[in-house]
Ligand binder design. Structure first.
Ligand code: ATR
Length: 276
């Protein structure tokens, strides 16, 4: 019998996760299907209970359920607990175990594209929301110690730094302070929604002081090239959009479920074609 996997979220209709996972199941000759399920916040408890009753083999969780799902699970991995968000659940003998593959997915996609020793890069994260939290905690846990956080609301950045349970050398900055000291940074990671479609003429950071050999990553993938990335390339920097993070968070979920790391280049093609 086919195993059932899926993703729950609200909204969910435009999720590309079914495309990448169903293709990978077919390619790996695994008899399984992956559906998207529209679950509103008031139905989350029943949805999780229902998936357990039906023996759903695993599922992804997206906005707005990544934090509220935690108390509904039987066990949660240490990094996911520190981040305070779960995006992947596996059903192990009737027990739901939660992981977070967003931060490590970002890290792996970065390792694919950046040259030099990542751990030595002086890094600046723009934003201090849920995505920044997953990325920041993972970078520090992986050994990238020098990571500063700049946010429109500076207090939120300061809270993020003090919440991080891993050994780090970090400070919180205002956006203006980050812009002034930008030439110190080798790696800039943009995690806010500023610049996302339809607000494609927005950018959260002025790049006047950007080093020409910096690497700039923006986790947005709609549009594929944000204003920030276009401006960074004009300054000579290398850039990366959010497709890699999306692909790797999915690929790592697939690996948790099946033990097989799927073909990420193939997943990237599927996503890029869909985004046009
Ligand atoms: P996510 O889970 O996607 O990270 P979030 O938790 O709502 O979303 O966090 C949004 C982040 O984007 C925050 O850092 C927010 O800044 P504030 O803390 O000041 O609100 C940032 N953000 C959102 N819109 C922004 C904009 N137009 N310009 C700059 N920063 C923005």
């Amino acid at each position: 019998m086919n195993k059932i996997y899926g993703v729950i979220g609200d909204p969910i209709a435009h999720s590309m996760s079914p495309d990448i996972h169903n293709d990978a199941f077919e390619k790996e000759n695994i008899e399984a299907v992956y559906h998207h399920f529209h679950v509103k916040p008031e139905s989350l408890i029943e949805a999780v209970q229902g998936m357990k009753a039906l023996g759903v083999a695993g599922f992804n969780i997206t906005i707005p359920h990544k934090t509220t799902v935690i108390p509904l699970l039987d066990e949660v991995d240490e990094l996911a607990l520190a981040i305070g968000a779960v995006n992947t659940v596996i059903n192990e003998n009737g027990r739901f175990i939660g992981y977070n593959t967003d931060g490590i997915g970002f890290y792996k996609s970065l390792c694919d594209e950046i040259s030099g020793d990542i751990k030595a890069k002086k890094t600046l994260v723009i934003g201090a929301g849920g995505a920044a939290r997953a990325i920041y905690f993972t970078l520090v846990k992986e050994g990238v110690k020098h990571v500063d956080i700049a946010n429109r609301t500076m207090e939120t950045a300061a809270h993020l730094v003090s919440d991080c349970p891993y050994d780090k050398e970090s400070k919180a900055l205002t956006i203006a302070e980050a812009e002034e000291s930008l030439s110190q940074y080798d790696l800039i990671i943009q995690t806010t929604s500023s610049g996302m479609s339809p607000h494609i003429e927005h950018s959260p950071l002025k790049l006047d002081q950007l080093k020409a050999d910096a690497f700039v990553s923006d986790i947005i993938y709609n549009p594929l090239q944000t204003k920030l990335l276009r401006e960074a390339r004009e300054k000579g920097a290398e850039t990366q959009n959010g497709v890699g993070m999306f692909v790797y968070q999915g690929a790592l979920a697939f690996e948790i479920w099946t033990g097989i790391m799927p073909n990420t280049a193939r997943m990237t093609d599927i996503v890029s074609n869909k985004l046009g």
